[in-house]
Design a protein. Structure first.
Length: 199
């Protein structure tokens, strides 16, 4: 089982993925999610990461990771290469989101997307009352030092999926420490969606 200090979004994604699955983690970091999946659920895992230090940590854990850019690397994979493609906390750093999600849906049976919700109530209050770019637990960067190239809300993402004819199989909304059950666009810090192509 996952350690208790693992983030809530990682725990949710861990619970979604079936044992013995083929998993590709886009922007896998130091393998905080991939390692327990390999160790506990015997997944056949592949990561893609740009940060050299994070890759070294993955290698120490025995994980297979490509040093590559998410946007350019997906074309190399054949159709349906993976059961799950994970794009967690990295979509907002991608320039061509439409292309990346389309390619992820091509190579994976299911795509798990997680991102910080820019419409979170604390973000709204900070912007409204203080007139400053929001800084929250899921968006911890100053405006000039952020890796994010876009800021989106849960409603934005749902509308994107609807417009692109992408099926949302499941959705999970998270606060600081627990799941959010109502008004997620206002009260959720982060969201995780499971996507497939519409038949």
């Amino acid at each position: 089982m996952m350690e208790s200090n693992i983030t809530l979004d990682h725990r949710i994604i861990y619970s979604i993925i079936e044992p013995d699955s083929r998993v590709l983690d886009l922007g896998c970091g130091a393998g905080e999610l991939l390692y327990p999946l390999v160790r506990d659920k015997r997944v056949r895992a592949q990561g893609i990461e740009l940060n050299d230090k994070a890759i070294q940590e993955c290698v120490k854990k025995g994980l297979s990771v490509f040093h590559d850019d998410i946007e350019s690397s997906l074309r190399e994979f054949p159709d349906r290469s993976f059961d799950y493609v994970i794009l967690n906390q990295s979509m907002q750093e991608v320039k061509k989101v439409d292309c990346v999600i389309r390619e992820a849906l091509r190579i994976g049976n299911k795509v798990i997307v997680g991102f910080p919700n820019f419409a979170y109530i604390e973000s709204r209050l900070m912007l409204f009352f203080r007139g400053r770019a929001p800084i929250t637990g899921s968006l911890p960067y100053l405006w000039y030092d952020t890796p994010n190239v876009r800021f989106l809300s849960i409603t934005d993402f749902k509308n994107f999926c609807k417009g692109k004819n992408i099926r949302i199989v499941a959705s999970y909304y998270m606060g600081e420490k627990e799941r959010v059950r109502f008004w997620p666009n206002l009260f959720a810090l982060n969201a995780v969606f499971v996507l497939t192509n519409n038949p």
